[in-house]
Design a protein around this ligand. Structure first.
Ligand SMILES: Cc1cc2nc3c(=O)[nH]c(=O)nc-3n(C[C@H](O)[C@H](O)[C@H](O)COP(=O)(O)O)c2cc1C
Length: 167
């Protein structure tokens, strides 16, 4: 398998753009013909390897990712794949695990590798519902309420690089 060029898909869902950025960093490190696509723009799954990435909102993967997985459940089942989530709850291990489980549990078939990446919030970009949700969550964990970015390009690229051994 190593001597043919693999076709690889990085399929992401993203509401405010951070998961898309991460998907593109991962895609840059992967050998083969790599496409990085929003799940809303994917029309076939003719790939040798698939990486699926979603942010966590209200403890759940984004709806568009859930819909994509549901719709393609049969095809995804037999694919070689890895998954990652992007979230703000990254300091406590049990919360990281909960977030990746919320996604991994809806993925059919085997998963080679998982990762949890810290995301970002720009409060100026949020609508009033989102702002209220973030404020109430941040208050509940006694964290300062504000915009932040914890994106770590190096870590994301390392994850991409490490996946080459499965591809
Ligand atoms: C309204 C809202 C709800 C969120 N809920 C959660 C959550 O339940 N758990 C969590 O870990 N992160 C939560 N986050 C943080 C997001 O996962 C993080 O901002 C991520 O980077 C967003 O990805 P995107 O830019 O690709 O949309 C929430 C963010 C917002 C704005």
């Amino acid at each position: 398998m190593r001597n043919i060029t693999p076709n690889v898909l990085v399929a992401y869902a993203s509401k405010h753009g951070s998961t898309e950025k991460i998907a593109r960093w991962i895609g840059k490190e992967i050998r083969g013909n790599v496409e990085v696509l929003d799940v809303d723009n994917i029309d076939n799954l003719n790939y040798d390897y698939i990486i699926l990435g979603t942010p966590i909102y209200e403890h759940e993967p984004l709806d568009s990712m859930k819909g994509f997985v549901n719709k393609n459940s049969d095809k995804l089942k037999s694919k070689n794949k890895a998954v990652f989530v992007v979230s703000s709850d990254n300091e406590v291990r049990s919360k990281r695990e909960k977030n990746i489980e919320a996604f991994a549990n809806i993925i059919p078939g085997e998963i080679n590798q998982t990762a949890v990446f810290a995301g970002e919030i720009d409060k100026n970009e949020l609508n009033s519902n989102e702002k209220a949700s973030v404020d109430s969550y941040m208050n509940s964990i006694s964290k300062p309420v504000g915009s932040y970015s914890k994106l770590n390009e190096k870590r994301c690229r390392e994850f991409g690089k490490a996946l080459n051994r499965f591809i």
